[in-house]
Design a protein around this ligand. Structure first.
Ligand code: ADP
Ligand code: MG
Length: 229
């Protein structure tokens, strides 16, 4: 699904360069559930943003579902994002004046899906995350966990190939974190590829493979032994 080779990325800081990613090799198959860990500032978000075509690499190669992601125009990048990727953020990024249903339906609006079909599909996904009865509520009437469920429904509604989540539980308490990870596991069990960036070992433990970034390279990459319940 995703093949990254010798990926490098730096930022210009005044006159100097900050080398953040110093040669990342990472391949992720369809249906995997991968966590990316590392200390604050280790480049987790930078890597996820490049995977999400929100930022550009300096060098190396990146292939997503067979497409080379290279020198894309902004229009092409937006098209690839819309077609292949669903995003989940720590701060939910819901639109405050739109209700849950409208928030979930929004990506379909940008894909020119007719209104009736948009609302039907948005409601299906709200049902999937257990929030159908909250469809007409505004984000500020929802708890943090509920907001993140709406955001998950919004990420899924276009049926993307890969879900990218940057610290999705960073703003949630431990029980809600666990519930959200259970939901992501269900979604993964249905075949969806998911990549979660986190600094919480408990969150990483709920995924199936853990990649650790350190000093700009992958320090370890291990499949997580499933706990026997
Ligand atoms: P993480 O998500 O692991 O905490 P980031 O990928 O956000 O780390 O950041 C990695 C490093 O790159 C940090 O030192 C950060 O300050 C720096 N950085 C991130 N984004 C930018 C930017 N747009 N411009 C300059 N430096 C940045
Ligand atoms: Mg980050």
């Amino acid at each position: 699904m995703l093949v990254i080779k010798d990926l490098r990325k730096s930022y210009d800081i005044g006159k100097s360069k900050l080398l953040v990613l110093k040669g990342i090799d990472l391949s992720i198959d369809e249906g995997e559930f991968v966590s990316i860990m590392g200390s604050s500032g280790s480049g987790k978000s930078t890597l996820l943003n490049i995977i999400g075509i929100l930022d550009e690499k300096d060098s190396g190669t990146y292939e997503l579902d067979g497409y080379q992601i290279e020198d894309l125009t902004e229009i092409k990048a937006a098209e690839y994002r819309s077609k292949f990727l669903g995003f989940i953020f720590q701060s939910f990024n819901l639109i405050g004046y739109k209700n849950a249903l409208e928030n979930v339906a929004l990506p379909l609006y940008y894909q020119n899906v007719p209104r009736k079909e948009r609302n039907k599909r948005a409601l299906e996904y709200l049902e999937k995350v257990g929030l159908a009865q909250w469809a007409m509520h505004l984000p500020n009437e929802l708890s943090g966990g509920q907001k993140q469920r709406v955001a998950i429904a919004r990420a899924l509604v276009t049926n993307p190939k890969v879900i990218l989540a940057d610290e999705p539980t960073g703003a949630l308490d431990s029980q809600t974190t666990f519930d959200i990870m259970k939901l992501l596991q269900e979604i993964n069990n249905e075949g969806k590829t998911i990549i979660v960036v986190t600094h919480e070992p408990d969150v990483a433990a709920e995924t199936k493979r853990n990649v650790i970034l350190k000093d700009g390279v992958i320090e370890s990459d291990e499949f997580i032994t499933q706990r026997i319940l």
